[in-house]
Design a protein around this ligand. Structure first.
Ligand code: F6P
Length: 552
């Protein structure tokens, strides 16, 4: 109790110190921080597990940075981190442990949860999914007609889709070339028909991925896909030979007709958005094989060990998190843009978006008291070069400051060096432009030198100027191997964890998605029968009636 109080008093003092630092620094251009400290670029960069992070283009100076590190210490981060890794029930609202890190260290020391050693569970299930994946890859697990599977449909949503989809795309060069992966999450007919039109039911394996096995969208898609298969394969029994379940509710799947040997399990101590290292990663395992999947786990494990052991000042997840704390909680930025400069990372942003926003989009602290400062930011973005020709305009010249996280991949298989130079010239130029900006006076001088009239230069100077001073960080991935992708994903998981600890929220529940689900069930019933006044607001009531009539 006394220790907690001490923590909170120290934290309060440090938050105030950080706010004072911000007031002191807010009109200091970031580029001036480099002149003041010639060693800044080197001091504020580090490399671990094939990932190089440069966070020097941020707007804090050495003194503010010291306070940020002290805040991390005072928040009890080390204690909570260790509690997470050791299986303490840190997900307080659901009374659960949080052990996704155990999924990537099956040989780690004994870790007992509810009287069971989770390492043994993890090892056993990892072996089962490996055997199954190898069978699919090598054609020893057969389709109903005795042929091999060529197409795999993953039916799942949120954490049961985004991680595997991101990883299979990112690891494209490692994917067995005669296997085709399809991801089905939305229950709308266009999405469904789009996938069904691409597959041959006789050659298709269906992975029904759902932690709870109660998600309406996933179950609706599963039943339609199963029916489609049944029509082509000669009945539901035959169709079921093409379906497996990946779930933390194995009994529910078995009750729905899955044979126990076709159910691959994970556990309630693995959050959905942290689950791609578990049975939910089966599509990844089928795609890249056991050896590469082991490398993927090893990369995440390397990041785990780094996070556990490195001092905060050299700890990549902590440093990544602290830049966000400074920008969102002190400087007041409401969002962060991810800009990936490699098309294999096409789905990295949606993956991080769920990870971050579902974890830290909270308004109360661990004790249920309202937060006094903003928590998780809006995470958005996508592929950097495409963004440059679409939404970067707002980042450069809009009225709100948007910090950017640039991610580049240095080497690619069969890379064309000229293409890589073009890609990196774009990425590095954007980060530089965001920081240095260009003043109206500079623009005017430039225009006059280029033969524009004084009047024209004067008229356009404000339109063409950039305030600059927009913070960014740059993450260089040496090569997009399974190992480095594992490290990258674990880096973001831990970044989110660190921020959650500093903000004092529970990053592992997601009650905010419940109300919409509950109301959705009521409205679904109303759309199936004559709509009745159910106490909806007038707008919703009228829309229900309109949709009901359209769908009659
Ligand atoms: O609605 C949100 C959510 O519960 C996510 O947390 C989860 O990743 C997703 O839905 C899918 O849930 P499930 O894996 O249980 O189908």
């Amino acid at each position: 109790m006394f220790e907690n109080q001490l923590h909170s008093e120290t934290s309060h003092r440090l938050w105030q110190a950080l706010e004072a630092h911000y007031q002191r620094l807010k009109s200091t251009p970031i580029s001036q921080l480099f002149s003041a400290n010639p060693g800044r670029a080197e001091q504020h960069s580090l490399e671990i597990a094939g990932l190089f992070l440069d966070y020097s283009k941020q707007s804090f100076d050495e003194s503010a940075f010291k306070s940020l590190l002290e805040l991390a210490q005072a928040s009890g981060l080390a204690h909570r981190r260790d509690a997470m890794f050791h299986g303490k029930p840190i997900n307080s609202t659901e009374q659960r442990t949080v052990l996704h890190t155990a999924l990537r260290s099956p040989d780690g020391p004994e870790c007992i949860v509810d009287g069971v050693n989770v390492r043994a569970l993890v090892k056993n299930e990892l072996e089962r999914i490996k055997v199954f994946a190898n069978g699919v890859r090598h054609g020893t697990i057969k389709a109903n007609d005795g042929g091999t599977f060529t197409d795999i449909i993953n039916i799942g949503i949120g954490g049961s889709e985004l991680g595997p989809k991101m990883a299979i795309e990112a690891l494209g060069p490692y994917v067995q070339h005669d296997l085709h992966f399809h991801f089905l999450s939305n229950p709308d007919s266009q999405a469904l028909n789009g996938v069904l039109s691409q597959i041959d039911p006789e050659r298709t394996l269906v992975l029904v991925s759902s932690k709870t096995f109660t998600t309406q969208d996933t179950l609706a898609n599963y039943l339609i896909v199963r029916q489609h298969l049944a029509e082509h394969l000669g009945g539901v029994e035959a169709a079921m030979r093409h379906c497996v379940a990946l779930t933390a509710a194995p009994q529910t799947a078995i009750q729905q007709g899955f044979a126990p040997e076709c159910v691959f399990e994970f556990w309630d101590w693995v959050g959905g958005r942290y689950s791609m290292w578990s049975a939910i990663g089966l599509p990844i395992l089928i795609a890249i094989g056991s050896k590469h999947f082991d490398d993927f786990l090893a990369g995440a494990r390397e990041m785990d060990n780094h996070f556990l052991t490195a001092p905060f000042k050299d700890n990549m997840p902590v440093l990544l998190a602290l830049t966000g704390i400074w920008n969102h909680s002190i400087a007041g930025d409401r969002s962060v843009m991810l800009a990936a400069y490699d098309s294999r990372l096409h789905s990295f942003m949606p993956y991080v978006q769920q990870l971050d926003m579902e974890s830290n989009g909270k308004q109360v602290d661990q004790s249920g008291a309202p937060l006094t400062r903003p928590s998780g930011p809006i995470v958005w973005g996508g592929l950097g070069i495409n963004g440059q020709h679409a939404y970067f305009q707002l980042v450069h010249q809009g009225t709100q400051r948007v910090p950017v996280e640039f991610i580049g991949v240095l080497h690619a298989p069969d890379q064309n060096l000229e293409h890589q130079r073009i890609v990196f010239s774009n990425m590095l130029a954007q980060a530089e432009a965001l920081m240095v900006g260009r003043s109206a006076a500079q623009i005017k001088t430039l225009m006059l030198a280029n033969g524009f009239s004084e009047e024209r230069a004067e008229a356009l100077a404000n339109h063409r100027s950039f305030a600059g001073n927009i913070p960014s960080l740059t993450l260089l991935v040496d090569e997009l191997t399974p190992f480095k992708l594992g490290a990258l994903a674990a880096l973001y998981e831990h970044k989110v964890f660190v921020q959650g600890v500093i903000w004092g929220v529970n990053s592992f529940d997601q009650w905010g998605v419940e109300l919409g689900k509950t109301l959705g069930r009521t409205i679904y019933d109303e759309l199936r029968s004559e709509p009745h006044q159910k106490g909806h607001d007038p707008s919703t009531q009228a829309l229900i009636a309109r949709v009901f009539n359209a769908l009659r």
